[in-house]
Design a protein around this ligand. Structure first.
Ligand SMILES: Cc1cc2nc3c(=O)[nH]c(=O)nc-3n(C[C@H](O)[C@H](O)[C@H](O)COP(=O)(O)OP(=O)(O)OC[C@H]3O[C@@H](n4cnc5c(N)ncnc54)[C@H](O)[C@@H]3O)c2cc1C
Length: 96
């Protein structure tokens, strides 16, 4: 979980640097897809770490578990953003 969160942070900062230079590319889409899939993964793992307690409303994990999937839908679904990344790569390679 820590590795994926740190990788998400790095991708996000890298995307911000690209945007700051005026290079829109597909970096923001890559960061959003990876970070949101990380949120879903970590919410699931956190629930499993806590076992039965993770499932109850006594801890915030069950809320994260319900909320995290929205991250893959809002601000452009991850499927569409992956199409954008692929399209960008194909254009860079001269195939689109
Ligand atoms: C709570 C909430 C908050 C949102 N916030 C924002 C926001 O802040 N800003 C914003 O811009 N949008 C936002 N959206 C819109 C969101 O990003 C999606 O654009 C929208 O939800 C997609 O429409 P749909 O839910 O009807 O799914 P559909 O368009 O019916 O898609 C259903 C599924 O099919 C997939 N899909 C569709 N077309 C393709 C394709 N060609 N190839 C592969 N897979 C495909 C989709 O990824 C999705 O998983 C929000 C949506 C919700 C529910």
């Amino acid at each position: 979980m820590a590795i994926r969160i740190e990788a998400s942070r790095s991708l996000t900062l890298d995307a911000a640097r690209h945007v700051e230079r005026g290079d829109l590319g597909a970096y923001a889409a890559m960061a959003k897809v990876f970070a949101s899939e990380t949120a879903i993964h970590c919410a699931m793992e956190a629930m499993r770490v806590l076992g039965g307690y993770g499932f109850t409303i006594d801890f915030p994990v069950e809320r994260y578990y319900r909320d995290a999937p929205l991250m893959a839908i809002g601000e452009g679904t991850n499927e569409i953003l992956q199409l954008l990344v692929a399209d960008n790569l194909l254009r860079e390679l001269g195939h689109a």
